[in-house]
Design a binder for this molecule. Structure first.
Ligand code: SF4
Length: 502
């Protein structure tokens, strides 16, 4: 009797997917699949009972997926980089993520092994070897290449990307240039009074959140690091802390704080300088209310409270850095924290978004002296945001090739930048078929950092944290692919110079 065709299952479906039973009866890249869902009978699952969807090969029916628990794993979804995850892994899926927040769970549950080719070249499935050769050709031949992304990969891979960019004399930029780049510039201008999140947990009795919404962007920041936890010098946790939120709109985070100050959009700079003046005892004109929307009496009271704190922390987000004033806003906020140290202890920390964006800043800084937007064409680093940052450089139509690592500029850059990116050969490393990957000359499907590969990432407070992978991937890591590309580029350069690489 012939053996039955392999059973297939849906890679994604409706919100009730986990409760559904799928009976596959087709083969190929997509299949029509019957969704036998318990919610059918409840009538709230919509009338559409047949879903066309991409499908992934299910393990052989007789195989029992290996079950294991990975303790102290690290979530790399946001800059909190929580390293207390307890992951239950069944085969090549994570089925439980104890301690993860809602964003962390989405991260862990949506990364599994997909049925993708290991690489594509000009849109066609390819092998790693062919794709590495083509990628090395593109980057070696380019006269003004740019390397971009890097915030969602390990420090080891970031380091390799810096080396490649140095060998080919390109521009090196990270996603910092479109989030906390202004803070990176401000650090160089006025410095940073800083500390670890551990110090904030154990010491901070005054928290000033500014231009961010941690309740939704960094869900465990409040509970694990700043607002709620009991610390050595704040033994009653939340009860020992005063929390203030300054933002242009009332977000969910406003409910968690004691004082919410609604700021008029684009007036962060004026507010920071008014607070600096008040803290120094300088008289501020009452018209500050007209400018910022916050009465002078309220600001005077806030300045006094800040001076009386034992240990205060300003935690500022992209609401400060990506509005009018940009790096001048960050400078003003960092200077405010510095000024307060004349009276008591204050720090200021940016709330970083992507998992290892802080690692990207560290690696690029320790390698070149600058955190992002660095040009290496002359054999030494030059830093000039606006000129060497990828979105600007592409929008001006300057780069003639791009190496994009774990980022999707095609879905978030300006139209002129995307138009130019579509015209030049692009090499992409990404576990997913993103918009950028689909448009790329070469796309490498990679293993997901933290879930499939070990390495190091930096938490938003510049603390390095090791990764404990949950399960193996058939795909190579960013580090392995970048190492191979670097090797081929060097071989080409040595051959062109008439010397052997030995
Ligand atoms: S707060 Fe961030 S790092 Fe922590 S579990 Fe949630 S998404 Fe992951």
């Amino acid at each position: 009797m012939p053996s039955p065709p392999p059973r297939r299952r849906a890679a994604f479906c409706c919100p009730a997917f986990s409760a559904a039973v799928f009976i596959g009866y087709n083969s190929g890249a997509t299949a029509r699949t019957v969704c036998v869902c318990p919610k059918w009978s409840e009538g709230n699952h919509g009338l559409e009972r047949f879903h066309t969807m991409s499908i992934a090969e299910e393990p052989a029916k007789t195989e029992t997926p290996e079950l294991k628990v990975v303790s102290d794993a690290t979530c790399t979804f946001c800059g909190c980089v929580c390293d207390d995850m307890e992951l239950t892994v069944e085969g090549n899926r994570i089925t439980k993520a104890k301690n993860a927040c809602v964003l962390g769970k989405a991260w862990f549950f949506n990364h599994h092994i997909e049925n993708e080719p290991e690489a594509t070249v000009d849109g066609q499935p390819s092998t790693y070897d062919v794709a590495i050769e083509r990628a090395a050709d593109i980057l070696y031949s380019a006269t003004y290449p740019v390397t971009y992304g890097l915030s969602d990969t390990t420090c080891e891979a970031q380091r390799k990307a810096v080396a490649i960019t140095d060998w080919i004399g390109g521009c090196l930029d990270t996603t910092t240039s479109v989030c906390h780049g202004p803070s990176g510039m401000a650090f160089q201008g006025v410095g940073e009074v800083t500390c670890s999140l551990g110090e904030i947990k154990h010491r901070a009795d005054f928290l000033l959140y500014w231009g961010g919404n941690p309740a939704e962007s960094h869900p465990r920041h409040f509970t694990r690091y700043s607002l709620m936890p009991k610390g050595r010098h704040v033994p009653r946790g939340r009860k020992d802390r005063t929390a203030v939120l300054i933002d242009v709109r009332k977000t969910k985070s406003a409910k968690a704080v004691d004082i919410f100050l609604q700021l008029k959009p684009r007036s962060d700079f004026e507010l920071a300088w008014a607070l600096r003046g008040l803290i120094r005892g300088i008289e501020i004109d009452p018209s500050i209310e007209q400018k910022t929307g916050i009465p002078l009496e309220t600001l005077t009271d806030l300045a006094e409270r800040m001076k009386q704190a034992r240990f205060g922390a300003i935690l500022f987000g992209m609401g400060v850095t990506m509005t009018r004033g940009k790096h001048l806003n960050s400078e003003a906020v960092l200077s405010l924290a510095r000024d307060l140290n004349k009276y008591t202890r204050w720090v200021a920390k940016p709330m970083r978004g992507h998992g290892n964006v802080t690692g990207a800043d560290n690696v690029v800084s320790w390698s070149t002296g600058y955190p992002f937007g660095v040009n290496l064409a002359r054999g030494y680093p030059r830093f000039n945001p606006g000129e060497y940052t990828t979105s600007d450089l592409l929008a001006r139509g300057e780069a003639d090739a791009a190496l994009i690592i774990a980022s999707d500029p095609m879905s978030n850059f300006s139209q002129p930048a995307r138009d130019h990116l579509a015209k030049i050969p692009v090499v992409v490393l990404d576990p997913k078929r993103s918009d950028t990957a689909r448009a790329a000359a070469v796309h490498f499907t990679t293993a997901t950092y933290g879930i499939n590969t070990p390495g190091t990432v930096y938490r938003m407070d510049d603390i390095p944290i090791p990764l404990r992978p949950a399960f193996d991937s058939p795909y190579r890591s960013d580090l392995e692919i970048l190492t191979a590309i670097e090797k081929r580029i060097r071989e080409k350069q040595f051959a062109a110079a008439g010397v052997t690489s030995d």
